[in-house]
Each structure stands twice: as structure tokens, then as C-alpha cells.
Write a protein that binds this ligand. Structure first.
Ligand SMILES: Cc1cc2nc3c(=O)[nH]c(=O)nc-3n(C[C@H](O)[C@H](O)[C@H](O)COP(=O)(O)OP(=O)(O)OC[C@H]3O[C@@H](n4cnc5c(N)ncnc54)[C@H](O)[C@@H]3O)c2cc1C
Length: 379
């Protein structure tokens, strides 16, 4: 395919941030194309617990959550590697839905709103020239006036653009791996559990169809110490937490092999690169311990849609659009990400986690404060 008609906006990456952005812009009447390298529906590494701060926004996009009988999650259990357990009510709470379902539903809504969705279409390069973007993809070249990048935690374009977090040497905030299963178990549907183990933690909570999502994060060194074998890692480290061992022993795993992702970095990122506005994880990754990366992805799409709308209506110029988006992004998420990084750096050493959870058990207001620091308000 050769060059097509110019779009108002092209969006690279069709996760929550990209899909939500495309729906909002199409609703404003703009010509929008979204490029996704995979084919929907597909699974993704994610704990699949969404903070309720996003509920109204997701419904406003056209997804009728209230009619989908999804589990509402109001309680939190945290266990230390030594098995000691803390129980706490979640001030706002969340709900469970798989990415397989949610991304697919949003993709269908995007298409009916008029977005052209190119699946199996990886964007290889983006060139900005004469106030236009040229996207080089496996399906040809596409042009647009505005380009948004919502390509997730780490993508080919991050490497191509030599983004700071790619060039940085590995430190405590980089080189994590994520592993996810869907399982059948009998865990409470209104509770999310966070079970800690050496250098990692594992979340479990209910999603649709009487299924639970079990997802954990650890560092690459932990996997290396277990001969780069996921099952050895689970036996060597996760099973040392008695609660995790019980879950693995009794659950039915629904995938032949877990879904995995590597080289996750929580280092700082810029929200605009080469004039491309970056939404969701592409603009900043929050640690899953803080549980609301999906809400941040959705919320950042709302900020981007507003700034792009102002620009396309000629109310502001490109530089002002970029500054407006970055400023609003920092105001919304800057503090949350900082708190997330601090918490992530503190976790890891078994004795610290054991001690920390021991203290939190005695001082529930600290738990409350931490949860509030890392969650946002409905938007
Ligand atoms: C272990 C773990 C557990 C988590 N648990 C939770 C949780 O319970 N709750 C929560 O709220 N958040 C959680 N998160 C965070 C959450 O998953 C992310 O914040 C969220 O998925 C970000 O959405 P996104 O749209 O930015 O990116 P993504 O959903 O990753 O979407 C990016 C998309 O871009 C596509 N893409 C990449 N490169 C290209 C390219 N060049 N061309 C075309 N397409 C491309 C990818 O295929 C992908 O579909 C977790 C994260 C991890 C690692």
C-alpha cells in the first residue's frame, strides 16, 4: 500500500491509552487512524484490576460496564514473604476485567466511531517534516497532522529514538519481568491479594467468567538465578510464601504457558518526543504495586485528546499543544509516579518487606495513606 489520504491524527499502539484516545478524537469529528502490531483479541501481561476512578470514563467511551456483571473489588490483602498477612479496605476500590476482553471491546467501539484500525501493522518509524508526520509501517506510509504514541512500556520506537530510559544503565528501577496466568480458583471475588516474595510480588483478583488473574513482577536477576526458568523461579521463590504455594497447588491454570514480558523499566520518561505526544506507559510507567497503570493510561488519553482538540481547532500552536499536554500530565501523575518509584525501590529484600508489612499491620493509617498516594480521583 502506498501513501493514503492524510489523517488528522495517527495513533501508534492500540492498548487502553491508544484506543481511548482514538474514540475521543473520532467523537470530536477528526479523521483518526490507529496502528496496532497485534491482532485483536489478544492477551497482555497485566493484573487486570482497574481502579474505580476510571469507571465513569470507560462508560463514557461507550463500554457499558454496569451491564457486564464484573467483579467489584473493595478489599485488599497483603502478605509478606514470611506469610504474615495484612487486611485492609480499599478507600475507592476497583473492578476486574481481562485485557483480552476490554481492549477488544474498545477496538470495536473505536471502529464504529469511525476510527480506521490497522491491525498486524507495526509502525517502524515516524518522520516529522513540514508540519506533517509520515508513519512508516509494514502496510505502507501514512501521513497525519498530529501523531500520538501509545506503544506501551518498551517498543521498537523507544530504541530507534534512543530514549533516555533505554540508554540508562540498568539500575533498581529497570529490568523487571512480568508473568501472567488466568486461573480457576476459589478466592474471594471482592478482594485483591498482593503476595510478596523475594524481589517480587504477585497479585490475584477476579475478572469476568468466574476466572481469576494471577500476575507477578520480579527482577530479571531473580529469573536468572533460577536458570531463566519460570517454573523453577516459582518453585524456588514464589512458593516460599505459603499463600502463593497454596494458590499454585490448588488452582487450575488456563493457559498452556504463562504470558510474559521482560525489560520493564520504571525510570522517568518524557511525555513528548520528536513532536509525538506520548500517552499511557509510553509517557511514564507506574509500578504495578500501585495498581493503577490502566487508569493512568486512560486518564492521559483524556489529557491528550483535549490538547490535540485545541491544536486542531487552531486555538493553540504545536508548541503550546506539547506544553499543555506535558504540564497537565505532570500535574496529574508526577507525584503518583514518584510515590510509586519510592515504594518499588523499598520493596525487594525479604526482611524489609516482612518488617514493612509488620509495621503496616499495626498502623493502618499508613496503609491508607500509601493507597491514597498512589491512586487518583475519578476523571
Ligand atoms: C506485571 C504487571 C501487572 C500490572 N497490573 C496492573 C493492574 O492490575 N492494574 C492496572 O491498572 N495496571 C496494571 N499494570 C499496568 C498496565 O498494564 C499498563 O499501565 C497499561 O497496560 C498501559 O496501557 P497502554 O495503553 O499505555 O499500553 P499497552 O496496553 O501496553 O498497549 C501498547 C500497545 O502498543 C502496541 N505496539 C507497541 N509497539 C508498536 C508499534 N511499533 N506499532 C504498532 N503497535 C505497537 C502493543 O502491541 C500494545 O498493544 C500492570 C503492569 C505490569 C507489568
Amino acid at each position: 500500500m502506498n501513501e493514503t489520504i492524510p489523517y488528522d491524527v495517527t495513533i501508534i499502539g492500540g492498548g487502553l491509552a491508544g484506543l481511548a484516545l482514538s474514540i475521543q478524537l473520532a467523537a470530536k469529528g477528526y479523521l483518526v487512524a490507529l496502528f496496532e502490531k497485534e491482532h485483536y483479541p489478544f492477551h497482555k501481561v497485566c493484573g487486570e484490576y482497574i481502579s474505580l476512578e476510571s469507571w465513569d470514563f470507560i462508560e463514557s467511551l461507550g463500554l457499558p460496564l454496569s451491564q457486564m456483571q464484573l467483579p467489584i473489588i473493595k478489599k485488599l490483602i497483603v502478605s509478606a514473604p514470611n506469610g504474615s498477612m495484612l487486611k485492609h479496605n480499599l478507600p475507592l476500590g476497583g473492578f476486574g476485567i481481562s485485557r483480552y476482553k476490554m481492549d477488544f471491546e474498545l477496538k470495536k467501539i473505536a471502529e464504529s466511531a469511525g476510527v480506521t484500525v490497522y491491525e498486524n501493522c507495526k509502525v517502524e518509524d515516524v518522520v516529522f517534516e513540514n508540519e506533517k508526520f509520515k508513519l512508516h509501517t509494514v502496510k505502507g506510509i501514512f501521513t497525519s497532522t498530529v501523531c500520538a504514541g501509545s506503544f506501551g512500556k518498551r517498543a521498537n520506537l523507544d530504541v530507534k529514538w534512543k530514549r533516555n530510559f533505554i540508554l540508562k544503565k540498568n539500575n533498581k528501577l529497570s529490568n523487571y519481568i512480568g508473568v501472567k496466568y488466568h486461573i480457576k480458583t476459589d478466592f474471594a471475588g471482592d478482594t485483591i491479594a498482593l503476595h510478596n516474595f523475594k524481589d517480587g510480588y504477585c497479585g490475584i483478583s477476579k475478572i469476568e467468567n468466574d476466572t481469576w488473574c494471577l500476575c507477578y513482577l520480579t527482577n530479571a536477576a531473580n529469573l536468572k538465578n533460577s536458570n531463566n526458568s519460570i517454573s523453577e523461579l516459582e518453585k524456588n521463590e514464589l512458593y516460599k510464601n505459603i499463600h502463593l504455594k497454596n494458590i499454585f497447588d490448588s488452582a487450575t491454570l488456563m493457559f498452556e504457558a504463562p504470558i510474559t514480558i521482560s525489560q520493564i523499566s520504571f525510570a522517568k520518561k518524557a511525555q513528548v518526543e520528536n513532536h509525538v505526544l506520548l500517552c499511557g506507559d509510553a509517557g511514564g510507567v507506574i509500578t504495578p504495586l500501585c495498581g493503577n497503570g490502566m487508569s493512568m493510561a486512560l486518564h492521559s488519553s483524556k489529557l491528550a485528546a483535549a490538547a490535540i482538540g485545541e491544536f486542531l481547532q487552531h486555538k493553540i500552536n504545536r508548541q503550546q499543544m506539547e506544553e499543555l499536554y506535558t504540564g497537565n500530565w505532570q500535574q496529574q501523575f508526577g507525584k503518583r509516579l514518584k510515590a510509586g518509584r519510592l515504594i518499588q525501590e523499598g520493596f525487594g529484600k525479604t526482611w524489609i518487606t516482612n518488617m514493612f508489612i509488620g509495621i503496616m499491620k499495626k498502623l493502618p493509617f499508613i496503609t491508607n495513606l500509601l493507597i491514597k498516594q498512589t491512586h487518583g480521583k475519578p476523571f
